[in-house]
Design a protein around this ligand. Structure first.
Ligand SMILES: *Cc1c(COP(=O)(O)O)cnc(C)c1O
Length: 417
């Protein structure tokens, strides 16, 4: 990139040139918005013209501690200064041990395996399930997953994702996966047979439209798993790491999984995920059963260890719970103000959703908010907008969000009249 060139043209010209270049180079699996972000600070993103955008998406629930966190920057600099970003898993490294100890302490799980993404955490979780049942003489066990779920994009993760449009073009997928209805315990019971080995679900469905598990449902599933010796796999990739107002969403219900997948906010933007296992699941896989070249490298683990420190010191989940209550009230008001447009409001903590009626498209609101209100929102299934801001969001920023949201809705309302 030519510095002189950039300094004499306006930000939007640079923006448009980059968007056009991006269209040329990227394999087209996304419809991106025509905005190029250049830097971040707190809960604001800045485009190439240095215009601030209020961020209620956090890079899809990733940047929990916001942008430009000083402690995280110092951590990254220090690890770079050591010159050690990667060692492979043939050796031990101190940041990974530290991150592992902190993650186990926060979750009360027994063992951790670091991955590079949420999808890979799900892959590992599924392999634990198959291996655990195989050890008991039940090879090729069936897995019960949920309709409307999202678990990632690899073939294994897509196999347990309950949405046809993610699945159909890539069939045949993993055999032995059956789908129950989320929050309908009888539908789960009806699928259990002597070959069942595990049940996998998100504690709060994210992409599917922000549906929290009901307490009786989650407790019922735990009881079914105990009764039939099935592994309970909870996907906390999106709803975990403080977002629900608890470090992990299941902690509010007191329902502990056998295996848990985390990622997204664990690295605050550096790519890291993990699967964790407890009790009987914690030694199901043996040396040689699973691996990753990058997984748990000292760079990403140094960041994750600091993320976990900050969560603890600054009581981030408590802040998320408090701010979640304010967000809840503000979104209730939006629903009251637009009874024809908003049909439902769901979620908890800083993972909430507004579902819109067929009179307005959530995706149009997202676009309007981005381009004219300079606010980042993200859509979800069921004509829903999800609100997943950085967890460090403050009350006045939530109120600001509501003003920008309602301005975008009014602008669209006018257009359609
Ligand atoms: C994002 C997400 C994943 C996949 O994570 P990646 O890091 O994109 O691979 C899995 N499960 C849930 C619930 C998610 O929200």
């Amino acid at each position: 990139m030519n510095f002189l060139d950039d300094s004499i043209v306006k930000g939007h010209v640079v923006n448009d040139r980059l968007v056009a270049e991006g269209e040329k180079v990227f394999y087209k699996t996304y419809n991106r918005f025509p905005v190029v972000f250049d830097r971040g600070e707190g809960v604001y993103l800045y485009d190439k013209g240095d215009n601030p955008y209020l961020d209620f998406g956090a890079g899809i629930s990733v940047v929990g501690l916001g942008y430009s966190n000083t402690l995280l920057k110092r951590t990254m600099e220090a690890q770079i200064e050591k010159g050690l970003l990667h060692t492979s898993n043939l050796f031990y490294n101190e940041p990974a041990i530290e991150a592992g100890e902190k993650l186990l302490a926060a979750s009360q799980m027994d063992k951790v395996f670091f991955t590079n993404s949420g999808t890979e955490a799900i892959e590992g979780a599924l392999k634990i399930a198959r291996r655990y049942q195989y050890n008991k003489g039940k090879a090729g066990c069936e897995i019960i997953a949920m309709q409307g779920s999202f678990h990632g994009r690899s073939i294994g993760a897509v196999s347990v994702t309950g949405k046809d449009h993610y699945r159909e073009p890539f069939a045949p997928l993993l055999p032995g996966v059956k789908f129950a209805t989320y929050n309908d315990l009888d539908s789960v019971k009806a699928l259990i047979n002597e070959n069942t080995g595990a049940i996998i679900l998100e504690t709060i469905q994210g992409e599917g439209g922000i549906y929290p598990a009901e307490e009786s449902f989650l407790k019922g599933i735990r009881a079914l798993c105990d009764a039939h010796d099935l592994l309970l796999i909870l996907d906390e990739v999106q709803c975990g790491m403080g977002r629900s107002g608890f470090m992990f969403a299941w902690q509010e219900y007191g329902v502990k999984p056998d295996v848990m997948a985390v990622a997204k906010a664990l690295g605050n933007g550096v790519p890291i995920g993990a699967f964790l296992a407890a009790g009987k699941a914690a030694d199901a896989m043996k040396p040689g059963d699973h691996g990753s070249t990058y997984g748990g490298n000292p760079f990403v683990c140094a960041v994750a260890a600091t993320v976990l420190d900050i969560f603890k010191e600054a009581k981030i989940p408590d802040h998320a719970r408090e701010m979640g209550e304010i967000l809840y009230k503000e979104l209730e008001e939006v629903q009251k103000e637009f009874p024809d447009l908003v049909v439902d409001h769901r979620g908890k903590g800083l993972i909430q959703g507004l579902e819109f009626s067929d009179r307005i498209k959530a995706s149009d609101i997202v676009k309007e908010a981005l381009l004219t209100q300079h606010m980042v929102l993200i859509g979800a299934e069921h004509n829903t907008i999800r609100f997943v801001p950085p967890l460090i969001i403050e009350k006045y920023q939530i109120q600001d969000m509501k003003e920008r949201l309602t301005a975008a809705m009014k602008a669209l309302q006018k257009e359609t009249h």
